[in-house]
Design a protein around this ligand. Structure first.
Ligand SMILES: Nc1ncnc2c1ncn2[C@@H]1O[C@H](COP(=O)(O)OP(=O)(O)OP(=O)(O)O)[C@@H](O)[C@H]1O
Ligand SMILES: O=P(O)(O)OC[C@H]1O[C@H](OP(=O)(O)OP(=O)(O)O)[C@H](O)[C@@H]1O
Length: 201
């Protein structure tokens, strides 16, 4: 038995869409249902449903062998895991966004302070960061910050709040991650799963 950690929100919906497009019906039947259960078993794969930032924690500890997680999460925080491969879903990007006429960025609000810190440090720009937990678009609208560093997917949230992208920071994709030990001790089962979901030929 191998354990695969999935996130419950958007990324899970993208994974289901990917499975539908690739006729992975066995998994879809087990995963695509209305239930509050936090795990399900299909053949010899146990899927657990966690919050995105907790997926690498489960994988690092070895209670999960594999995980599907946004690259944003494993870029923002450091985990002792194997970063196996990029997956063909979950695409979005990080940007600096603000009101259209904003010229200077001295104060930035973000959920992703490490990514923002690294970005402005590399640009040799002295910026103060304010950590927020969500709805960060409010910060420049209320004058809490000059701009934000945040995830942009459709651009709808920025548009609906009168904000625009000023600088693109990096692309984001879903990634397959693995525990450093069990990737080798459970090699055959992991290989079968990865092959089945079409991540390798
Ligand atoms: N518009 C978006 N906003 C945030 N994350 C996105 C977006 N589009 C794709 N993603 C990716 O999806 C991941 C977040 O999905 P996830 O399923 O973990 O949580 P969620 O949809 O934010 O739900 P929850 O509210 O339960 O945290 C991010 O880590 C990122 O890689
Ligand atoms: O470009 P879009 O498709 O509009 O997506 C981007 C928005 O989605 C995310 O927020 P989320 O919905 O996770 O809520 P949050 O603000 O509480 O983090 C992100 O932080 C942006 O606000």
């Amino acid at each position: 038995m191998i354990t695969v950690a999935l996130t419950k929100g958007r990324l899970f919906k993208d994974f289901l869409k990917y499975m539908n497009e690739n006729d992975l019906n066995n998994y879809i039947r087990a995963l695509d249902g209305e239930t509050r259960s936090l795990y399900t078993i299909v053949d010899n794969v146990k899927f657990i449903f966690a919050k995105g930032p907790d997926v690498p924690t489960y994988v690092e500890s070895g209670v999960a062998d594999l995980g599907i997680v946004g690259s944003d999460i494993i870029t923002e925080d450091t985990f002792n895991i194997l970063n196996v491969s990029q997956l063909p879903f979950g695409d979005c990007h990080f940007s600096v966004a603000a009101l259209p006429d904003q010229e200077e960025f001295r104060v930035i609000a973000t959920k992703y302070t490490n990514i923002a810190h690294e970005y402005f440090k590399n640009k040799r720009q002295d910026v103060s960061l304010i950590h927020l937990n969500g709805s960060v678009e409010l910060a420049p609208l209320l004058g809490l910050s000059d701009g934000i560093v945040d995830i942009v997917q459709t651009g709808g949230t920025l548009r609906d709040n009168g904000l625009v992208e000023h600088e693109k920071i990096m692309d984001i994709h879903a990634r397959l991650i693995a525990n450093k030990r069990t990737f080798y001790t459970k090699e055959d089962e992991i290989y079968d799963f990865i092959k089945e979901i079409g991540v390798i030929e």
